[in-house]
Design a protein around this ligand. Structure first.
Ligand SMILES: [Zn+2]
Length: 298
């Protein structure tokens, strides 16, 4: 199924992958009595209306973290399940404002699907106060015949979680661990803390075979956790490639831990790569995001 803004594709009997204009991905998981929308894209076009076409079940939105390309539908649904450590982050203008959301889908040329028309401000529901239901380690969504478990993996953001379907042996990972794991953003943790997270995540490694993330429509084997731990060890020992790369925060540069080939895969092997801040190896790279956003109601 396809619209001006979204594409949808079934990846299992119960799971539909939905792609947004910026190439960002989310997942609709359907049980017998309820559906869970894992992540909410960038909020350009009505994801809520698109999802309504996909399922008649009541839909709950839960996000892996508070970034712009994951929380967009929260502004439409008016409520979202999010780890409390990321609630303030999602209201930051760089993640919530109409201009940055339009900019996000406009700047993803290489990865984004071809589009027929350019979106405008009228296509972007503005951010507003929403109910944020806290989710934490061990929480379980009961969808009727399908259970989805919350696992905390702080790193990319302090409040990053992943969602595990033990019965289907599938995990939904957002941006927790991938070929370009960014640890150099406001709200990211130190590399040392991320390593601890991956060791915690590894305790679940036997419970799933593949994970699906927020970018790149491929099933990633659970061995990526081991690749991530090994790379953190190299960074902490000062033995990584530490290549300077541009940062999303203009006054900062990032360090790419492993040199990569043209296909984006690390030349040292494995499926995980990390971009970190040189001041963020043992300490968080930025002060915590704690602001309280006041947005117009309506
Ligand atoms: Zn992210």
């Amino acid at each position: 199924m396809k619209s001006k803004f979204f594409t949808a594709e079934k990846i299992t009997d119960r799971v539909t992958r939905v792609g947004g204009m910026g190439g960002e991905l989310c997942y609709l998981v359907e049980g017998d009595s309820a559906a869970l929308l894992i992540d909410g894209l960038t909020g350009v076009g009505s994801l809520k209306a698109f999802v309504r076409e996909l399922t008649e079940l009541p839909v709950t939105l839960a996000v892996t973290h508070g970034h712009i390309d994951h929380v967009g539908a929260a502004w439409e649904y008016g409520q979202v399940c999010v780890h409390p450590a990321d609630t303030a982050l999602m209201y930051e203008p760089m993640h919530a404002s109409v201009s940055s959301r339009l900019g996000f889908v406009g700047s993803r040329g290489g990865r984004a699907p071809k589009r027929e028309t350019e979106p405008t401000e009228a296509d972007v529901p503005p951010a507003r106060p929403v109910k944020a239901f806290p989710i934490r380690e061990g929480d379980v969504f009961d969808l009727g015949g399908v259970e989805i478990e919350v696992i905390e993996v702080p790193g990319h953001t302090e409040g990053t979680v992943v969602f595990l379907d033990r019965a289907a042996r599938i995990l939904f990972s957002g941006d927790a661990c991938n070929l370009n794991t960014l640890l150099n953003l406001p709200g990211s943790t130190s590399v040392a803390r991320y390593r601890e997270s991956l060791l915690h995540f590894k305790a679940y490694q036997d419970a799933f075979d593949v994970m699906y993330g927020g970018h790149g429509p491929v099933a990633v084997p659970s061995s990526i956790i081991d690749d991530g731990i090994a790379l953190c060890d190299r960074i902490l020992a000062g033995e990584d490639d530490a290549l300077p790369v541009p940062s999303m925060i203009p006054e900062h540069t990032g360090r790419l831990a492993a040199r990569r080939g043209e296909d984006y895969h690390p030349l040292c092997g494995g499926l995980c790569n990390i971009v970190y801040d040189e001041n963020g190896v043992r300490q968080p790279p930025f002060p915590p995001v704690t602001g309280v956003a006041i947005l117009k109601r309506g």
